[in-house]
Design a protein around this ligand. Sequence first.
Ligand code: HEC
Length: 293
Amino acid sequence: MKPTLIAMILLAGMVQLPAQADAPYREYDVIEDYLPNVKGDMQLSGSYKHWKDPKNLDWRLAGNPEENWKLNWKFMDPPFNTSVHGGHFAADRGEAIFKELNKTGRFAACLGARNGSLKGLRTHYPMDRPDLKHVAGLEEVIERCAAKEGRVLQNGSYDNSAVSVYVASQSTGMPININVTRSGPLKASFERGRKLFHMRAGRFNLACSSCHTHQIGLHLRGNVVTTPYGDAAHFPVYRTRYQLQSLHLRFAECNLDTRTQPLVPGSRAYTDLEVFLTGLTNGYPVSVPSERD
Ligand code: HEC
């Protein structure tokens, strides 16, 4: 067959493509308020005050008075575990890598540090990165900036998360502060994330919200499901089961648990989910390094 003929056949095939590329059928979970005085995900801040009040940790939600702290254990992080754990070793490792990469100061500047200081930087992530032409989480930016210094720090790898832990630890105690109400790329990402959070998918046809909004406090696979508020403030987290877990790896774990195709860390969809959860975490103090079972 002549190459021109092959090209024509291929072209003919491409012309038909739009007709096949209909949007897939999607089902969404109900978006609802799930606890008294907390207006679901419509209220982007202010839930911190609600959850901080121990009166609102109703043990009936946890099913057992001994376990009501699990409902919102992000508040119990610092007093709950003051001993040295794997998150601290990760911070040390992250610091060593950071210092190696930052000999010229370029690496910190690339991450967005002002005058070389990492203080408060984590509270503004995820952020819109005009250089990348999209909104990006800290781990994605770490990978990109490390590449500029000639080092592979793949998003999701231990070393990438370790640098993330180190950078985040410089903001510990400072409130998460991303603006998802001003119109722009961040707000658009938040809105996409909200939709994804409520979109049913996978073999069990579950949305994130099926568990994290409607089943708070229930025991699933030996764990207590937490609210989506505040989670983003303590990632990457040290898991006693397997070293470090970035937020995107946590999404992948939840996807796998529910027989849904996981995505790669740093994918646009996971970044939108991260922006959504981080918007709900506005006002919560960064709490890194932290530990989970
Ligand atoms: C079948 C129920 C279920 C579904 C569906 C589900 N998760 Fe989870 N998720 C869990 C359980 C159980 C945990 C463990 C609870 C814990 O560690 O506090 C968890 C933990 C998490 C955490 C970490 C919480 C923390 O404080 O450490 C995040 C973040 C999270 N899920 C996000 C998501 C997202 C985003 C989706 C949708 C892509 C999702 N989950 C889908 C059950 C689910």
